[in-house]
Design a binder for this molecule. Sequence first.
Ligand SMILES: *[C@@H]1O[C@H](CO)[C@@H](O)[C@H](O)[C@H]1NC(C)=O
Ligand SMILES: *[C@@H]1O[C@H](CO)[C@@H](O)[C@H](O)[C@H]1NC(C)=O
Ligand SMILES: *[C@@H]1O[C@H](CO)[C@@H](O)[C@H](O)[C@H]1NC(C)=O
Ligand SMILES: *[C@@H]1O[C@H](CO)[C@@H](O)[C@H](O)[C@H]1NC(C)=O
Ligand SMILES: *[C@@H]1O[C@H](CO)[C@@H](O)[C@H](O)[C@H]1NC(C)=O
Length: 402
Amino acid sequence: MQNYLLSKYNSIQPRFTITKFITVFTFILTSLFLIYYILFKDNLPTLSIPVISRDSSNRSILPSFFPVINRELIQTDYQPNVISKAQKPSCLIVIRTADGAMGNRMFLFASAYGLARLHQCELYVAPWILTDLRSIFLVNLNQTPVHLITRDSVVKEPGLFGRYSSCTLFDDLLRVPLKENLTRYEMIGFYQAYGYFLKYRHEISYLFQFNQGAIRPNVPLVEQLLKAVWNIPMNLGNYTKDNVTHQYLKSLLTHPSVPLMPVTWIGMHVRRGDFLTFFKIDTSVDYLTFAMNYYRRKYINCRFLIASDDKNYVRTNLGHNSDVFITPKSFFSGDDLAALALCEHTIVTGGTYGWWAAWLAGGNVIHDLNYPVPSQNCIREHYFPPWFVFPHAKSNSTKSRR
Ligand SMILES: *[C@@H]1O[C@H](CO)[C@@H](O)[C@H](O)[C@H]1NC(C)=O
Ligand SMILES: *[C@@H]1O[C@H](CO)[C@@H](O)[C@H](O)[C@H]1NC(C)=O
Ligand SMILES: *[C@@H]1O[C@H](CO)[C@@H](O)[C@H](O)[C@H]1NC(C)=O
Ligand SMILES: *[C@@H]1O[C@H](CO)[C@@H](O)[C@H](O)[C@H]1NC(C)=O
Ligand SMILES: *[C@@H]1O[C@H](CO)[C@@H](O)[C@H](O)[C@H]1NC(C)=O
């Protein structure tokens, strides 16, 4: 039938065969593409864009479509050394007291940075807060447009206005110009509202890059995970265990080379410890199982990497699952945070530490309903970014709303 049509066609236009037509057509198409490529090659979309983006919620779908990705492309978006064309600062943001643990301090610092950046203020951070943050992160403020003040006499000058916040996004701090009485402003308490720094999230990720002390214990962990999941040795490429980057370790887990089966890594933080007595809340195995099953249905080959201040609880309740890995007992909280941030998506039970693990990992987040507790007076919309999702409310667990 086809031959018949072909010959009929040929008999009408014998000099213009289908083969010739295809050749010419292909040639034109190739030429057009080459011209387009030469003219627009700088503007062409690249595969790296969705991969680099730390908070595109469906980033993890990409590896299975594009298994070959240059590992060095996966890095923070922020390019240090931006040329600042700003005027001299005319306001000051101060943080010098910080209660709680690392997660609280990260919030306070990130919010202070965000406000200083927004209003082009100088930033005073008490040395002990910087020292504490630098026990885990680089906090390379020199490479950002915000000017850090180190002389503590600035906080003794008159006119410093201090205000407490647990997790309120004060809208007077987001108005321009800043009201006169807010131009020398001390942030007291917690300021656990991501709205203060969302706009500068790439700079925050840059500041919160893990230091080598937090990365190093994760090298043998990644080595074990590669062995357990794919039975392959770890290849550090041009790095050694003393200068390997967090991004590189993450790429080893999340972008295995082509013939290896792709895996989706879910970080999970189970907070118990002081929460049982202080906030009188516990997480439930029901919630953890629900969240794990949600991801198991949503993504291929999920593996869960769990960190907790109660690893025995995790081992007892979840240790029997073959897709569960628990971080070593020897890990400090900074090592655990770096481990959780190696993952693509996150399950959080409560607390700011888990919140930050989720933020640093990028990806999707499932959060338990029982935190923040009502006494914290948090407006949930100020504390939770919109991409944090929650299980359906079980009869009595929504009481923390507002
Ligand atoms: C996934 O990414 C695509 C393309 O970037 C976007 O259009 C879509 O809305 C995203 N889906 C979700 C669920 O975020
Ligand atoms: C700052 O001053 C304005 C009046 O200019 C006042 O309405 C506002 O309440 C003051 N803000 C604070 C936090 O005291
Ligand atoms: C090591 O560095 C060289 C030169 O910079 C580069 O060509 C090569 O791809 C790198 N190897 C790995 C495994 O990253
Ligand atoms: C890491 O350290 C080794 C040994 O000091 C050095 O040869 C290598 O170039 C370093 N790699 C990078 C990417 O800095
Ligand atoms: C929910 O709370 C109400 C009263 O506050 C109580 O009567 C009820 O038994 C609780 N339900 C569950 C499932 O705990």
